[in-house]
Design a protein around this ligand. Structure first.
Ligand code: FMN
Length: 331
């Protein structure tokens, strides 16, 4: 990873006495550390004197895996949440407006900032220190139960009334989800277009592999159906997780999906502060029939399943995945 990666941003470098545009540019470094599907980092930002506009980058949309752009919006929500947490941490009050530019369907949100000293909305817990610690943990979790008070705290991080956060340690549900994961993996990896899209992103080095391994990985994923071995691995890691999570919603619109991303980001930062890690399991919502079956496992099956994930204690992964530089995401 290059020494200028946003992962190594030093908090004390915040240009507090510089013009607002410089300060906002600094905040974007933290937005970039958000998770995104296949690490596509499908976001762009425009800075003005009193605001940051956040856009989706359609060129980075996963057209096969994410047909309805659900993950595109969730990824944007994750970046937006980091931005808001960082703004608050550095003393900037903020107000978010969603999808306010009908002329530009790629516009996701506008964050208006001010220094008027009023507290920003949102829970008071400072999640900022966890932004550069959090990562997706793909390994087996150690199976240790998550204490009830920690689960309560995690459940309480959902500050969006339009979004439902379900965390369950129910073994029967885990077995049912496991079966769905195996079928979803088999379904997706049987599709050459899915493998080609995944291979393309692996070939870009988005998961932090060397140039050579990225190219080999690209070829392997594109031309060999590894569905069975991937399903086996996914099943093992899922069964090692003490808790499964699902973020759902009553409505399935774009603003709600951005908010789903915000809730997931809050949850994964709060989890990291307790030594817990998460991994999304998007195959469960990428295959329509599997998604329908997943919705039936909810207490209220009418809710739209948006973002399933697993949660547990584990050793941290050795490296962070790479990020683009701020210059590359400014418009
Ligand atoms: C909407 C969304 C969907 C994701 N789906 C998956 C998934 O199905 N499997 C997985 O292993 N990781 C998934 N991820 C995690 C990304 O792969 C990960 O965020 C990205 O590679 C960057 O790495 P980091 O989270 O460790 O910083 C997802 C992330 C987001 C935001």
């Amino acid at each position: 990873m290059s020494p200028t990666t946003p992962w190594t941003t030093i908090e004390s470098d915040f240009p507090a006495s510089y013009p607002m545009t410089d300060r906002l540019r600094f905040l974007i470094r933290y937005a970039l550390l958000a998770p995104s599907s296949h690490n596509t980092q499908p976001w762009q930002f425009r800075i003005a004197a009193d605001r940051i506009d956040v856009f989706m980058d359609e060129g980075r949309w996963l057209k096969v895996a994410d047909k309805d752009q659900r993950e595109l919006h969730i990824s944007i929500g994750c970046a937006l949440e980091n931005l808001l947490i960082a703004a608050k941490h550095f003393g900037l009050a903020h107000r978010t407006e969603y999808l306010t530019d009908p002329a530009n369907p790629m516009h996701a949100a506008t964050v208006r900032v001010s220094e008027d000293g009023r507290p920003s909305p949102g829970p008071s817990h400072d999640l900022f220190p966890m932004i550069s610690v959090r990562h997706t943990n793909h390994g087996e979790y150690d199976g240790r139960a998550i204490p009830a008070d920690v689960l309560d705290r995690l459940s309480g991080c959902n500050d969006k009334p339009s979004v439902t956060l379900l965390l369950t340690a129910n073994e029967e549900i885990k077995w049912k989800v496991d079966e769905l994961v195996v079928r979803a993996d088999a379904n997706e990896f049987a599709n050459p277009a899915f493998r080609e899209e995944l291979g393309h992103w692996i070939g870009q080095g988005v998961f932090g592999t060397s140039w050579l391994m990225s190219k080999i990985g690209k070829l392997a994923v594109t031309y060999v159906n590894m569905g069975a071995s991937i399903a086996k691995k996914d099943s093992a890691v899922l069964m090692s997780s003490p808790v499964l999570g699902l973020i759902s919603s009553e409505r399935n619109d774009r603003e709600t999906q951005i908010k789903v991303g915000q809730v997931y980001q809050r949850l994964s930062l709060l989890a990291a502060s307790s030594g817990l890690w998460c991994q999304p399991m998007s195959q469960l919502v990428q295959v329509e029939e599997i998604k329908q079956e997943l919705s039936q496992l909810q207490a209220n099956p009418a809710l739209f399943p948006q973002h399933p994930f697993r949660l547990g204690f584990a050793n941290p992964e050795k490296h962070h995945t790479p990020r683009r530089a701020v210059e590359d995401v400014l418009v």
